[in-house]
Design a protein. Structure first.
Length: 135
């Protein structure tokens, strides 16, 4: 289940950020990975799109939540993975699941530090910075 979520998150990030930055659809189609819950055919179709809203509509059609932005989809995946890995880590400290859980929690911590630094450098209000965190 963890690997499936990570594949979905990777594909969503690649597609949405690639389209947002004008990356050619053929290049995006080569970058998507299998193993997630989104069918490969859907990912290939999404890679052909030039509008993020169309990609979000395709993803929603595949049974994923309705969101209005790339960031909202990222937050969805981040919170889902964080909950799963927190349970895995705190349920037992032995085994590969605990190691993966620990690494995912450390990744989240690092991403939050990067967000703080970037937000401060841009002069963003501290209250707004806190809204972007995934706990």
């Amino acid at each position: 289940q963890y690997a499936r979520l990570k594949a979905d998150m990777f594909n969503a990030d690649i597609l949405l950020r690639g389209i947002q930055n004008g990356v050619d659809g053929r290049a995006l189609a080569e970058l998507v990975v299998s193993g997630g819950s989104m069918p490969h055919k859907l990912l290939q179709e999404a890679a052909k799109q030039t509008d993020i809203k169309k990609v979000l509509a395709l993803i929603e059609g595949a049974g994923l939540p309705k969101v209005d932005s790339a960031r909202a989809l990222e937050e969805y995946y981040e919170s889902k993975i964080l909950r799963m890995m927190s349970r895995t880590y705190y349920d037992g400290y032995l085994g590969a699941g605990a190691i993966m859980g620990y690494l995912e929690l450390k990744l989240r911590e690092t991403m939050n530090i990067v967000r703080i630094a970037n937000s401060i450098s841009l002069g963003i209000d501290p209250k707004r910075i806190m809204q972007e965190f995934i706990f």
